[in-house]
Design a protein around this ligand. Structure first.
Ligand code: AMP
Ligand code: MG
Length: 352
C-alpha cells in the first residue's frame, strides 16, 4: 500500500475528503492555492466515479464489464472509449509481461475464492485448473476500437479489470481536477495514486511505501513525486494461508495457481497510474528475479521488496535464524526484506 506522508508538512490550506468506491476507499487532497468551490469539486469527483463504476464494476449487473461477462459465445457489445482504452492497455501489458497480466483472469480468481462470491476452501483439481485456463486465452477477444465493440470467442470469457481500473480512475479524477484549474492535488483510490503540482509545503509530494506484514502506516521507503501515477501490489493484504503456505489474490495465469513466491511488495511509478497499476500486478506475478529483468527491459521505475527466509511456518514461533515469525493466526511474516529499485526509480528517491 501507498500513502501520503502526513505530519512533516505544514498544514497550509489543504482540503481533504474521502468516501467509498470500487469496493474500496477514495481520498482526495487538494492544496488551496487557487480559489476553489469545494462543493463543485466534490460534485465533479462523484460524477466521474459514478460514470466509471457504470463501466468497470463487477458488482453492478448492468455495467459494461458485467454485460460483456453475461453474454454468450461470439457476442459483441458496444462499449465506451474508457473501456477500449483500459482493455487495450491490458492487452499491451499482457503481451509485454509474457502473459503475467491477464484481464480474463476472473474465472480463476473466483475459483480460488478471491472473487465477488464467498470463499470456498476446497482446492481445485489440476483438471479443473486446466479447463478454467482455456477461457483466459486473450486471442479469443476481438477489439474493434474504430466502432468501439468487443467480442468474445466463448461464453466463459469474463473480464476483470480489478488490477488496472483503480489506476485508470485516479488518472481520470486527476484530469477532471486539472481541467477545472486545480493544479495541486493528490488522488488516491484504494492505494493507487495520481499526483499533480506541489504539496502543502510547496515541494513535490512525499509518498510512502508501507512495510509489508506490519499494521497499516509503517513506512518502508519515502519518495518524492511531482506529476504522475504510482501503484503498489502486495501479497500481504488479501491472501489465505494453508499449512504455512501463503496463497495470494494474484493468480499466475500460466500455472493457474495463486502466486506463492516471496515477492511481498511491488511499487511502480509511471506517467499514467493505469499503467503503473497493471505493471505492479504483472511484476507481482513474475517474482523477484523475473520482475527485475522485465523492469530493466521495459525501463520501468520499480521498487521491490522481497521477504527473506520466509519459509513455511505455522504456530507462534521464530525459525532458527530468528527472522521469520508467525503471529497468533499462524500467518507467515518476515522481519527482513531484500530491496531493489530499477535505475528509472532512482530519481524519485530522497537523500536521507
Ligand atoms: P492489484 O491489487 O492491482 O494487484 O490487483 C489484484 C486483483 O487483480 C485481484 O484481486 C484479481 O481480481 C486481479 N488479478 C489477479 N491476478 C491477476 C493477473 N494475473 N492479471 C490481472 N489481474 C489479476
Ligand atoms: Mg494493479
Amino acid at each position: 500500500m501507498l500513502s501520503l506522508l502526513q505530519g512533516c508538512e505544514r498544514d497550509e490550506a489543504k482540503i481533504q475528503w474521502s468516501g467509498e468506491t470500487m469496493g474500496t476507499y477514495y481520498r482526495i487532497t487538494v492544496i488551496e492555492r487557487e480559489a476553489l468551490d469545494k462543493d463543485n469539486l466534490r460534485q465533479i469527483v462523484d460524477t466521474e466515479l459514478q460514470r466509471l463504476t457504470q463501466i468497470f464494476s463487477t458488482y453492478l449487473v448492468d455495467s459494461e464489464v458485467s454485460r460483456f461477462n453475461q453474454r454468450e459465445a461470439n457476442a459483441c457489445i458496444q462499449v465506451s472509449s474508457d473501456f477500449i482504452d483500459v482493455l487495450e492497455a491490458s492487452l499491451y501489458i499482457h503481451d509485454k509481461s509474457n502473459g503475467a497480466f491477464n484481464p480474463l483472469i476472473e474465472p480463476l480468481v473466483s475459483r480460488w475464492g478471491f472473487g465477488a462470491s464467498e470463499r470456498v476452501f476446497d482446492f481445485p483439481s489440476p483438471d479443473e485448473i486446466a479447463s478454467l485456463r482455456q477461457s483466459i486465452d486473450v486471442s479469443g477477444l476481438q477489439v474493434n476500437p474504430a466502432v468501439q465493440t468487443v467480442c468474445k470467442g466463448n461464453a466463459e470469457m469474463h473480464l476483470d479489470f480489478s488490477a488496472i481500473a483503480k489506476g485508470y480512475a485516479v488518472d481520470q479524477l486527476s484530469r477532471r481536477l486539472s481541467e477545472v484549474g486545480v493544479n495541486h492535488h493528490l488522488v488516491d483510490v484504494g492505494g493507487e495514486l495520481a499526483v499533480r503540482g506541489k504539496n502543502a509545503s510547496g515541494v513535490a509530494w512525499r509518498l510512502a511505501v508501507e512495510q509489508p506484514d506490519k499494521q497499516y502506516g509503517v513506512a518502508q521507503l519515502v519518495f518524492a513525486l511531482g506529476d504522475g501515477g504510482v501503484a503498489t501490489s502486495g501479497d500481504y493484504r488479501n491472501y489465505f494461508i494453508v499449512e504455512g503456505k501463503r496463497y495470494s489474490h494474484t493468480i499466475d495465469p500460466i500455472s493457474g495457481y495463486p502466486v506463492g513466491h516471496n515477492l511481498a511488495s511491488v511499487t511502480v511509478i509511471h506517467d499514467e497510474a493505469m499503467v503503473a497499476d497493471a505493471w505492479a500486478t504483472a511484476l507481482s506475478v513474475l517474482g523477484f528475479e523475473r520482475a527485475k529483468s522485465v523492469a530493466m527491459e521495459q525501463q520501468l521505475a520499480v521498487y521491490l521488496l522481497e521477504r527473506e527466509n520466509a519459509s513455511a511456518v505455522s504456530g507462534n514461533h521464530a525459525d532458527r535464524s530468528g527472522d521469520v515469525v508467525a503471529n497468533v493466526s499462524g500467518d507467515v511474516v518476515s522481519l527482513h526484506f531484500r530491496e531493489w529499485h530499477s535505475p528509472a526509480f532512482k530519481r524519485y528517491l530522497i537523500e536521507q
